[in-house]
Ligand binder design. Sequence first.
Ligand SMILES: Cc1cc2nc3c(=O)[nH]c(=O)nc-3n(C[C@H](O)[C@H](O)[C@H](O)COP(=O)(O)OP(=O)(O)OC[C@H]3O[C@@H](n4cnc5c(N)ncnc54)[C@H](O)[C@@H]3O)c2cc1C
Length: 515
Amino acid sequence: MGFDVLILGAGSAGSVLAARLSENPALRVGLVEAGAMPDDPDIAVPQKWPALQGRAFDWAYATLPQPGTAGRIHPWPRGRVVGGSSCLHAMAHVRGHPDDFEAWAAATGTRRWSYDGLLPAFRRSESFSSGANAPPGGAGPLHGGEGPLPVYLPDAELSPVVRAYMEAGLALGVPHLGDHNGRSLKGVAANSLTIRDGRRVSAADAWLVPALDRPNLTLITGATVERLELEGSRVTGATLARDGRTEPVFADTVLICAGAVASPLLLMRSGIGAPAVLAKAGVACRLASPDVGENLHDHLLAAGNLYRARRPVPPSRLQHSESLMYLDAADPTRGEGAPDVVLACVAAPAVSECFSAPPPGEAYTVLCGVTHPTSRGRLAITGPDAADPPLIDPAYLTTEHDRRSFVRALQRAREIGHHAALAPWRAEELLPGPAAVTEAELAAFIARAAITHHHPVGTCRMGADPGAVVDADLRLNGLDNAYVVDASVVPAITSGPVHAAVLAIAETFAADFTA
Ligand SMILES: Cc1cc2nc3c(=O)[nH]c(=O)nc-3n(C[C@H](O)[C@H](O)[C@H](O)COP(=O)(O)OP(=O)(O)OC[C@H]3O[C@@H](n4cnc5c(N)ncnc54)[C@H](O)[C@@H]3O)c2cc1C
């Protein structure tokens, strides 16, 4: 088998790239995916997203025990299915604050990765629409109206508890925000969701599936990429494992889109990485690239500031966590600039495995987290085969900045949670509970309550410096015809969930590649 362009991984970024590049009928595009087409009907049901984890289409990774979170091991779900993690995710669509992308522009030395550089891709990717009673949305200077991905701003379906939490924020002087995808991010807004007619729309649904009947696009499912094949400074293709056999696939250009966990692992299995890490795993070094797998970072959420309800809490009609509230922890009334903390109201009990909670309908939660963590970890292979389990160490809460900011976030969560606007719903605070008052007590609670917000990034960071894994064009440093295009190239995480940014990276790369 041979292609002009071979895309490895049919997740969020891979789905965008396969569709965009195969718009050119002269380009033979191959797309390889370890998983199958999604066939579990629960994937499309927004309320069921937490229940999808651990099923056959989840890679179900786990971190090393984390000293910063009381020695806990954190499950890391990732989609192993056509559509990738966009089939498992919580459907919140948040581009990030424009200042977030200044770090990307500074790292690469090009405005292409600034907010304004990415804006055409953000707009091109989406069809923005408002809910029945929301302010008018649709196309405009900041929103796209004709892109493949529906971005839906709900109103009428919002949970009454979430509405009360939003009212509490406004009463405390937090600015009103129409939606999360303008130039401001701090304030009160319902989450924009990648939902159409009450059903999840994955990146595969939006981009890939409509393109699958093109004769120049070949999707190969159930095939795990074992390694890239290298000849000098070129990648000639990859070795796939399918149905118990290995087979080669050849290509002029290879795009690695296996995600922030699997892309660096694939590079390492192929002999591209830190020589010491490769040697330890029994892999011969073909290209020394010490930063492969480094710079791993993620958002955490404290689950959570839990309240027993004084009356039944109706189940969410959306995806449970219906309103992220981005704030300046020192002054929540401040609207300018990027936020430093985030709150989220879940119309259900949400706690880590360290705590128990009342059944659904009897409690609700205010989650909180830090938008720009400074903790940086790493991941590594333990052997030469795709089946060898990786070492994943996000180094959660290892900086003073992250621990202190998290305490501020929890203090703001409690301020909202105890506000009069929530009095009709609040019976009592269950967690961390009235006995937790000092910063040390709150920090100890956070260490046991923190769970991943599912946003790992950074493990093949882009940059202009010689240590960067990929350059500003996303080309692998040291190779002529291989690129990484997925969440792993993000040099520094955005304020919020990262899916919108990953899609914009893929859209931007595709536009440049085909120009
Ligand atoms: C539970 C959960 C909730 C989330 N919630 C949100 C949210 O609400 N909003 C948001 O913005 N983001 C959210 N995210 C994050 C978001 O989904 C991801 O950041 C994004 O999908 C990453 O896209 P990607 O293309 O980098 O990787 P993926 O979408 O993970 O794609 C990688 C693909 O490569 C395939 N692959 C990997 N290794 C191999 C191999 N060796 N051979 C062949 N194929 C391979 C995988 O099976 C997968 O299909 C969530 C993620 C999860 C898991």
